[in-house]
Ligand binder design. Structure first.
Ligand code: HEC
Length: 258
């Protein structure tokens, strides 16, 4: 056999080439259009790869992902949503034939058939034709699948008020207030007030934030003993000195916050 002759180019992985393993093909008839895999080609691959890697890294740094606030297990009104690329599966579950008693269709059977079909496509459709019009079944299935994914994604996204959602669930900025746990008032706050007003005085489900309170130190002391509004009285029942320590502590945290 002449050098370089009798070689077959193969563009379709399903058509086997008559390649002999481990004997490098002879591309001498195509000078300049071929190169050694190692190291020339691989080096270029790696270079391109690292350019993209660094590019993506810079993009993620420049545009951090739009995360919502920290998950709050007590917030029953929160509606979790998958990321956009799974919205179509989520939308599928809203149809009657894929939810309630038929939920197995929604979570297993329909997606399973679709993805299973995709997986088995090379075995189901073995025709040698590569032009779309010669593979009508495969092409129709693909277009149908694509259309339903786009439609379901659109339907799902259109039903959400994204701006209101982002506003409702935006992350709470981390407070830079440092609580001095050595402060004698801290222990008193911890045992009498923390359960309602929160570890860092920023409030909880049972009481408002004490940071930025309008009340004067005297009033805070009074509230601690006598309550206010929906806050019950007698939350604090210690000595006057302890009360002063407690109020000083709350005031000092407030001074930090200013
Ligand atoms: C059982 C829960 C609970 C505990 C314990 C509690 N509070 Fe309160 N506190 C509340 C609630 C609820 C309010 C809001 C009252 C209202 O405005 O109707 C409140 C309001 C306040 C306010 C007024 C906040 C403002 O700016 O309007 C202060 C000051 C305060 N609490 C101090 C204390 C201190 C000091 C303690 C500990 C001795 C304490 N609270 C313990 C539930 C609690």
């Amino acid at each position: 056999m002449q050098r370089g002759k009798g070689m077959k180019f193969v563009g379709d992985s399903r058509i086997s080439a008559e390649s002999k393993p481990n004997i490098p093909k002879d591309y001498s008839e195509y000078p300049g259009r071929t190169e050694a895999f190692w190291p020339n080609f691989l080096l270029k691959e790696w270079l391109v790869g690292s350019v993209f890697l660094v590019g993506f890294l810079s993009l993620t740094l420049a545009h951090p992902s739009p995360l919502e606030g920290v998950a709050d297990p007590t917030d029953a009104a929160y509606i979790p949503l998958p990321d956009w690329y799974f919205l179509f599966l989520y939308e599928l579950l809203k149809y009657d034939f894929a939810s309630g008693p038929y939920v197995l269709f929604g979570i297993l059977i329909i997606p399973g058939l679709a993805f299973g079909g995709l997986l088995l496509a090379p075995f189901l459709d073995k025709g040698p034709g590569r032009r779309p019009h010669r593979r009508p079944i495969a092409v129709t299935m693909m277009l149908l699948g694509l259309a339903s994914v786009i439609w379901l994604t659109y339907e799902s996204a259109a039903a959400v008020d994204w701006e209101a959602r982002a506003e409702e669930n935006k992350p709470v900025p981390e407070s830079d207030i440092e609580i001095d746990q050595e402060d004698p008032g801290y222990a008193i706050f911890e045992s009498n007030c923390m359960s309602c007003h929160g570890e860092d005085l920023s409030g909880g489900s049972a009481g408002p934030s004490l940071i930025g309170t309008e009340h004067s130190p005297e009033e805070i002391g009074d509230i601690a003993k006598n309550g206010i509004g929906s806050m019950p009285a007698d939350q604090f029942t210690g000595s006057d000195e302890e009360l002063k320590q407690l109020v000083d502590f709350i005031v000092s945290v407030n001074e930090q916050a200013e």
